[in-house]
Design a protein around this ligand. Structure first.
Ligand code: PLP
Length: 373
């Protein structure tokens, strides 16, 4: 076993990533500045082609952020006012916000206790004649059980949609994101594929959906100053595309490092009573955006970890239906018992490419003391 270092362990370390791409980013930024190609410069199209190919999709359309990617993807499917879209109660708030922004009504379902992903068994009872889509959120870096959601919606006019903000590079039974439906992803800096600011993309194999997203992101026009639909301004910056191209070339290697780090936590923490380790759904290649454990007495455990220099976080402390912002949906405490039971117990440990075995040993040591193991 390696010797633990007493140095603080950050929750995430983006400097490690930047150190590897500094020269490429410097040269790329210079190229964009020299050409003053700030909007829709050649790097945007190049990145879109490269990321579509990486993901095995026909189209990638860059947008301003992941929340917009979900909203524009739904709008491109013709979803809007009067429609209902089903999504899990356990997700980042953006999934629900994007549905709301599209004009549709978010309809929530609980997650399963093993993986904290949308529970397909509960989706059927939420479908009404207004349901137009079901969003599988690939939470923490693993793909939701999309083929089971496909079974549930089979024979109905209900689209599958993927919130793949946390799952760039993940596969399920060897299929990548966007294999089951239109997918949206985020390039927020801390995501597995992160920009140096905001960014996002829609992935799809459907030519019409791709054309529609391209138009909506650019003021609803496919020809400059001619506007066919009401759109928005939601484009991916050229400077961000430069960063994303450099990071995409390393994404697979960095996801492998995350998997190795997850395996290392698995062995370091295996014998520790009082810490429930994250589980991987059969068939999934997990990319470990987050390493989410469950503990009793979480606030005390987190306090101890922070006092000893270990960065920890909660993803997410409050399920969607219990936020005042979504009180208008009319849900109440008790509606989604699995998500509600997990919320006060979940705790994310430091996880990033470049985390060292020493740093992880330090996390394990401090956590062991914290839970009294
Ligand atoms: C990050 C995230 C989003 C939103 O992405 P932004 O780029 O921050 O708008 C949506 N859904 C999930 C699950 C996310 O983690």
């Amino acid at each position: 076993m390696s010797t633990p270092t007493a140095a603080p362990v950050p929750f995430v370390d983006l400097a490690w990533q930047h150190a590897q791409i500094t020269d490429e980013v410097d040269a790329g930024f210079r190229r964009v500045l020299d050409a003053t190609a700030f909007i829709d410069g050649p790097d945007v199209g190049a990145f879109e082609t490269e990321f579509a190919s990486f993901s095995g999709r026909r189209h990638c359309i860059g947008v301003a952020n992941g929340t917009d990617a979900i909203e524009l993807g739904l709008r491109a499917l013709g979803i809007g006012r009067g429609d209902e879209v089903i999504l899990p109660a356990n997700t980042f708030i953006a999934t629900a916000e994007a549905v709301d922004r599209s004009g549709a009504t978010p309809v929530l379902v609980d997650c399963d206790a093993d993986h904290l992903l949308i529970d397909p068994d509960l989706v059927g009872e939420r479908i009404t004649d207004r349901t137009r889509a079901v969003i599988g959120v690939h939470l923490y870096g693993q793909i939701a059980p999309m083929e089971r959601l496909a079974d549930v919606v089979a024979g109905r006019d209900v689209a599958l949609f993927e919130d793949a903000a946390q799952a760039q590079g993940a596969t399920r039974n060897d299929l990548g994101i966007g294999s089951w439906g239109t997918a949206a992803t985020s390039f927020y800096p801390g995501k597995n594929l992160g920009a140096y600011g905001d960014g996002g993309a829609v992935l799809t194999d459907d030519d019409a959906v791709a054309d529609s997203v391209r138009a909506i992101r650019n003021h609803g026009s496919s020809r400059r100053y001619y506007h066919d639909v009401k759109g928005v301004n939601s484009r991916l910056d050229t400077l961000q595309a430069v960063v994303l191209r450099a990071k995409l070339a390393r994404l697979e290697a960095w996801n492998t490092l995350r998997r190795e780090a997850a395996a290392r936590y698995g062995s370091l923490l295996a014998e520790l009573d009082g810490v429930r380790l994250p589980r991987t759904l059969d068939g999934n290649l997990h990319v470990w955006h987050l390493y989410v454990t469950e503990v009793d007495d979480r606030e005390r455990v987190m306090e101890h970890l922070k006092e000893h220099g270990v960065g920890v976080a909660i993803h997410y402390p409050v399920p969607v239906h219990l936020h005042p912002a979504f009180a208008d949906l009319g849900y109440s405490d008790g509606d989604f018992p699995v998500a509600e039971a997990a919320a006060p117990r979940i705790m994310s440990l430091p996880m990033f490419p470049g985390i060292s075995a020493d740093q992880q040993a330090r996390v394990a040591d401090v956590l062991t003391v914290a839970v009294g193991g």
